[in-house]
Design a binder for this molecule. Structure first.
Ligand SMILES: Cc1cc2nc3c(=O)[nH]c(=O)nc-3n(C[C@H](O)[C@H](O)[C@H](O)COP(=O)(O)OP(=O)(O)OC[C@H]3O[C@@H](n4cnc5c(N)ncnc54)[C@H](O)[C@@H]3O)c2cc1C
Ligand code: FES
Length: 262
């Protein structure tokens, strides 16, 4: 069920260059599932469209949710100037989220994150760890100054960091590390840039439980306008899926590569 609420900002801080962590409180938190997102109105009269931001952490007991976002354009820049006590008009929680019910204690999961795609993997790691699943997270960044959530993930997972320029962790893309793994995990989850998702999609195309969390430009964010469609693999052109409503999480091998948008 999609709800709308003026959520109150509990805190906000810059955790890396131009990347902010914001804690929000409100009743919407009670409805949230791992891998969903909030559709947030920019508190500026000239900004009509809401901005979709993934839910990074959920604390139902405290009724708090954390989001982590990078300042991309004017909307996210306005978010970055807000502080404790300010309110944000939020719709959600939206999207299908990551499926985790099929995993049992003792099984293994591989989490693959790239840049600002890492935040939704933190709550995922937390919930998998709580189920007794053994979690490995391979997270890739452009360089050391934009590495985020490594310590937080390390509470629940074995974490391997890669940077494109080698300024921290293993030099190269996440594929540099994943291609060396001998055993296949029982589940694979990925969120990040289109190039990284394409890699995971191809590598784990036939895996029974491999999932990609995708991005797409959104308007309504609730399934009505079809602004966010992606096309389905092995289907005629008329067959499409809405990232906001049918996704943002899709099984590998589901969505056509060339239709993906960043
Ligand atoms: C399901 C989903 C989850 C996301 N989660 C996160 C997150 O956790 N952290 C984070 O930093 N970013 C996330 N994004 C990307 C984020 O929505 C955009 O960076 C943000 O909307 C940019 O807004 P802006 O006004 O700052 O930039 P502008 O460039 O001014 O945005 C202009 C318009 O384009 C849209 N837009 C721009 N970039 C994107 C994009 N990559 N995806 C979708 N719409 C975009 C905006 O919503 C807006 O309507 C997510 C996107 C989606 C679809
Ligand atoms: S944004 Fe309107 S249908 Fe997805």
């Amino acid at each position: 069920m999609i709800l709308k609420e003026e959520m109150t900002i509990v805190s906000q801080r810059e955790i890396a260059t131009d990347i902010f962590e914001m804690v929000l409180t409100g009743q919407l938190v009670e409805q949230m599932s791992v891998g969903q997102f909030l559709h947030i109105r920019v508190p500026d009269i000239s900004k009509v469209l809401r901005r979709p931001i993934s839910i990074c952490q959920i604390d139902k007991a405290k009724r708090e949710a954390t989001i982590v976002y990078r300042v991309q354009g004017l909307g996210t820049e306005i978010f970055s100037h807000l502080g404790a006590g300010d309110v944000l008009d939020c719709m959600g929680p939206q999207g299908n989220g990551f499926p985790i019910d099929f995993l049992d204690a003792g099984q293994t999961a591989l989490l693959v994150g790239g840049g600002i795609g890492v935040p939704p993997l933190l709550e995922l790691a937390k919930q998998l760890y709580a189920k007794g699943v053994s979690v490995t997270a391979v997270i890739g960044f452009a360089s050391k100054d934009v590495v985020i959530l490594e310590q937080e993930l390390a509470q629940f997972a074995d974490v391997i960091v890669t940077t494109d320029d080698g300024s921290y962790g293993t030099k190269g893309y996440v594929s540099t590390v994943i291609d060396t793994f001998k055993n296949e995990s029982d589940a694979v989850y990925a969120c990040g840039a289109p190039g990284m998702l394409n890699y995971v999609d191809q590598k784990f195309e036939k895996h029974p439980h491999a999932y990609l969390s995708m991005e797409s430009r959104m308007a309504c964010g609730m399934g009505a306008c079809y602004a966010c469609v992606v096309h389905v693999k092995d289907a005629d052109e008329s067959k499409s899926l809405r990232v906001c409503e049918d996704g943002p999480v899709f099984a590998t091998g589901t969505v056509l590569q060339e239709m993906r948008k960043g």
